[in-house]
Structure formats: structure tokens, C-alpha cells
Design a protein around this ligand. Structure first.
Ligand SMILES: *[C@@H]1O[C@H](CO)[C@@H](O)[C@H](O)[C@H]1NC(C)=O
Length: 491
């Protein structure tokens, strides 16, 4: 089981539903169908993103979409790459596709069963062009199992679970002889060795958007390698200049991870920019039996800038996005996934009151959520996911040190507004962040008021106001934000 070294999988999907003209939405002609950009990030933890409160790692582009879209706070995915991807593309729980145990290894002679017709097939029926960029991981032992034989018009990326971020070899599950794994459709592709994989996938996605035939709607599934580990030996990899940005993070693993995530966030900004340049206005962001980080961005959302507590599972995207694309539910096969579009778009109650998280007799674990309760079978058995899967790369920022926190306190929200995605979102929705500023100002004022009534620390009880110069010292730094270049307080 050494081959499993250091895998832990969380998935974030940032999905974009894009529409050319919102007003023609009702007509549902093929021309007005929304473009759908589904960005999936592997191994991204709940605590890693800014929109869940992480100020130490910077994800301003993702946060901009989250704050101006809908944050999905009860969204669940599978804890591994293969089962999660299978659930997304079939709408079926892994126990119904046979993928409930583990991932498909490079040498595995099986794949997602061919009896399942995948999500892109149904979108093609609605006139979509269907593109996959990045990781597949649903089988490759026969060509029939690979993406372009399963209704993706094109694929640029890799078939297995892991590649090196700079030379694209999989040494993970191959018994010591690494194999090169990078393809354009069925042909081996040789990008310039040393180009960071996240950049390759972003460049390709931008190219697809730029060259997209506007007479057709687009489904782009950007299935990133990031922030999954690379090969054993060099599990965490990021360009040096990205790592430099996080010199304030003391833990080396966490520092490199932050850089990997920063590159992923940059990718999201660049994709949104490409959509804007091509006047494709958009939508969405999503993640893992583990509760996933997810959000949806779309001009079709009612009351954007909210948090949805409605239950959703990875399997729900298929019927949900098919519905959003204007497809009739009657055209879909029976599946575990449910159409939750109304709860995303309009905040109505989710049709779900339960989510099967998994049943895996091999690792001897199972879990289900029913209403507000979750039943975990055998949760404390370290072998439930395999001891190797319990590896952590540095601390989460729930317990970071005071120094790191102070260095990183650079007004999270200003960075969000100034990010590529943040600027675009504000162009499309000029008032979207206004409430946050108003409430922030109000809260600051209230805090200052309470401070003026506080007994300064160290002062005698009979001298409640203490020495004003003392308490002034405590509050000299009321900054609207810290300017990152000069590191100075801007009021
Ligand atoms: C790819 O890069 C890794 C990490 O630097 C290295 O260990 C491996 O030998 C490289 N493989 C090839 C084929 O260059």
C-alpha cells in the first residue's frame, strides 16, 4: 500500500454557467443556452479557501466568485478522485457504478463501466461543444474508456491520477518505472518540459474560450491537477516565484501548498478574464464525503452574494446543470442525483433530506447523512481510508501562530475586489460588494464605540477610563486596508 503514499483527496469545483444574453434565457433556443464552465480542484480542504475564512493563503479570484454568487455550505463530494469524477459524470453514487472503493491505478484493468452514458453526451444532445482539460482518472485500459470516446469532443491532459507538475510523468502507482502521461485526444502531447501543469491547463482553457464557435454553447470541464500532490518524493510542487509570495508561512509544506493553490486561483481569474474578453458572461464554484468547498456563479442567480445551507451532493450537478441548460428532465435516465437548480438559483428548499456518502466494504467504512445527522460506520478505524490517506501537509490555519496571522492580515476583502475575477464581477454587478462595505463600516464603528467604553487593561477598577494615551495605543491602526506594496495602513 506504499503506492498510496500521501494521497488525500478533496475536490473543489468552481463552475461557471455562462450565458450570452440573459434576456434570451427564456427562449431556450440552442443559441441562448448557458455556457457551462466547471472547474474542479483536487485535494482542496475546507479551510484552504478565503471564503471559508482563510486569510493566510490567498484565493481572491475564487472568493470574488463565491461572494458574488452562491456559496454551497452543505455540499458533499466523495473523498477520492475516481469516485468523485464518476459521481459527477454519471449522476450515480459510487456504490452504483462500482467505483466505491479507491481510485483507478495506472495499471488497473478497469474503468467507469461503459453502460453509463455520461453527462457530456446529454449536453451534446442540446447542441453543446464538450471539452475536457486536465485529469480524467476514470479508466484508460482500453481506448473506449478514455474521454474522447465518452462524449468529450476534445481532451488535453492526462489519464491517470497523478503526474509530476513539471515533467508530466506518473511515478505514483507504477511500481518504480514512471510513465509519461500527457495527451491531446489520443495523441501523445509534449508540452515544453518545465511548464507548470496548472499553467498548461489554464492556457489551453483560455485558448478553447478564445476560439470557441459562438454558434454553439460551451461545456468546459477544467479538471485541475492542483492542488493534488504530484509523485512520491516531490509531492508538493509550485513555481519558485509563487512559493516566494508565501514566505510568511513558516511550515514549508504548507508554504508550497499555498503557492499551488495561489496558482489555481490565478487560473480561475484568467479563465474568467477570457470569458469576459469574449463577452461570454457567466457562472459557478464547487468540492468533496467530506464537505466540499463550492460556489456557483451565474447571472441567472436570484439574490447573488448569499450562502446556501441546502443539501447537495456531487451527483446532483448532472441533472441540475442539464436542467439549467434547458434540457427536459424526462430525457435523463434514472439516477441518484437530484435537480437542485431551484435551491441554487432561488434558495428554495433542496429536494434532498439525505445523502449517501459511501459504503466501502473493503476499507470497512460507510456513512450517510439524514436530515441534520450523520451516521459514520467505523469512523475511528484508521484503515477506513487507508492509513496513507491520513497524511496532512502542514497545519490548517485554524491554529496558525500569531506572527503568521499578523503578517497576512492584509485586508482579505480588498484583495478580493482587486483580483481579476473581482474586477470583472463588479463590472457586471456594480453593487454586489456594497453591502459588505456598509456592514463592515457599521461593525467597525460599533467596535470603536464599545472600545471607547472599555476599561483599559491594566488599569485599576476605580479608574475606569484609565489613561487615554494608554487606550489610544491599542487602537492606532484603524486601516481601511493595508496596501500590499508599501505595507502601509490606508485610511
Ligand atoms: C520528473 O521530475 C521528478 C521530480 O523532479 C524527477 O524525480 C523525475 O526523475 C523526473 N522524471 C523525468 C522522466 O524526467
Amino acid at each position: 500500500m506504499k503506492i498510496l503514499d500521501q494521497i488525500k483527496i478533496l475536490i473543489i469545483s468552481i463552475i461557471g454557467l455562462n450565458i450570452d444574453r440573459v434576456s434570451s434565457w427564456q427562449s431556450q433556443s440552442s443559441k441562448s443556452r448557458p455556457n457551462i464552465i466547471f472547474i474542479l480542484a483536487d485535494d482542496l480542504g475546507w479551510n484552504d479557501v478565503g471564503f471559508h475564512g482563510n486569510d493566510l493563503i490567498s484565493t481572491p479570484n475564487i472568493d470574488a466568485l463565491a461572494y458574488s454568487g452562491v456559496i454551497l455550505n452543505n455540499y458533499y463530494v466523495q473523498p477520492l478522485c475516481t469516485p468523485s469524477r464518476g459521481a459527477f459524470l454519471t449522476g450515480m453514487y459510487p456504490i452504483h457504478t462500482g467505483l466505491q472503493h479507491h481510485v483507478i491505478l495506472a495499471t488497473s484493468p478497469y474503468g467507469l463501466p461503459l453502460k453509463f452514458t455520461l453527462f457530456p453526451h446529454y449536453l451534446k444532445g442540446l447542441g453543446y461543444s464538450t471539452r475536457l482539460v486536465g485529469k480524467w482518472h476514470l479508466g484508460h485500459f482500453r481506448k473506449e474508456y478514455t474521454p474522447t470516446f465518452r462524449d468529450f469532443d476534445s481532451h488535453y491532459g492526462y489519464w491517470t491520477g497523478v503526474i509530476d507538475y513539471f515533467n508530466y510523468t506518473d511515478a505514483f502507482e507504477t511500481g518504480g518505472s514512471p510513465g509519461y502521461d500527457f495527451r491531446r485526444d489520443m495523441k501523445i502531447e509534449y508540452p515544453k518540459i518545465g511548464t507548470y501543469a496548472t499553467d498548461l491547463f489554464t492556457d489551453e482553457s483560455v485558448k478553447i474560450i478564445n476560439q470557441h464557435d459562438r454558434s454553439k454553447p460551451l461545456f468546459l470541464f477544467l479538471s485541475h491537477l492542483a492542488t493534488h500532490v504530484g509523485n512520491p518524493g516531490t509531492p508538493l510542487q509550485a513555481p519558485e516565484e509563487a512559493i516566494q509570495r508565501f514566505s510568511h508561512i513558516e511550515d514549508e509544506s504548507r508554504r508550497i501548498f499555498a503557492a499551488m493553490l495561489w496558482k489555481l486561483d490565478e487560473s480561475v481569474g484568467r479563465v474568467i478574464k477570457a470569458l469576459e474578453v469574449n463577452n461570454i458572461q457567466n457562472s459557478q464554484c464547487g468540492k468533496e464525503e467530506v464537505r466540499g468547498s463550492a460556489c456557483v456563479w451565474s447571472p441567472l442567480l436570484n439574490n447573488p452574494g448569499r450562502v446556501s445551507m441546502e443539501m447537495m451532493h456531487m451527483t446532483d450537478w448532472f441533472p441540475t446543470l442539464y436542467h439549467a441548460a434547458g434540457g427536459p428532465e424526462s430525457a435523463l435516465p434514472k439516477m441518484d442525483g437530484k435537480n437542485v437548480w431551484d435551491s441554487i438559483q432561488g434558495n428554495s428548499p433542496s429536494p434532498r433530506n439525505e445523502i449517501l456518502l459511501n459504503i466501502d466494504p473493503v476499507f470497512n467504512g460507510a456513512s450517510i447523512r439524514v436530515d441534520d445527522w450523520k451516521l459514520l460506520y467505523n469512523p475511528y478505524d484508521i484503515n477506513y481510508l487507508g492509513p496513507e490517506l491520513n497524511t496532512w501537509f502542514g497545519s490548517s490555519e485554524r491554529d496558525f501562530s500569531g506572527n503568521e496571522y499578523l503578517t497576512s492580515k492584509k485586508n482579505h476583502f480588498k484583495n478580493v475586489e482587486n483580483s481579476l475575477a473581482g474586477k470583472i464581477v463588479q463590472k457586471l454587478m456594480p453593487n454586489i460588494f456594497q453591502d459588505i462595505h456598509i456592514i463592515n463600516k457599521k461593525a467597525e464603528n460599533r467596535l470603536q464605540f464599545y472600545n471607547s467604553t472599555a476599561i483599559p487593561p491594566g488599569n485599576k477598577p476605580e479608574d475606569p477610563r484609565g489613561n487615554p494615551s494608554n487606550w489610544n495605543n491599542t487602537w492606532t491602526n484603524w486601516c481601511d486596508y493595508i496596501d500590499q506594496n508599501s505595507n502601509s495602513c490606508v485610511v
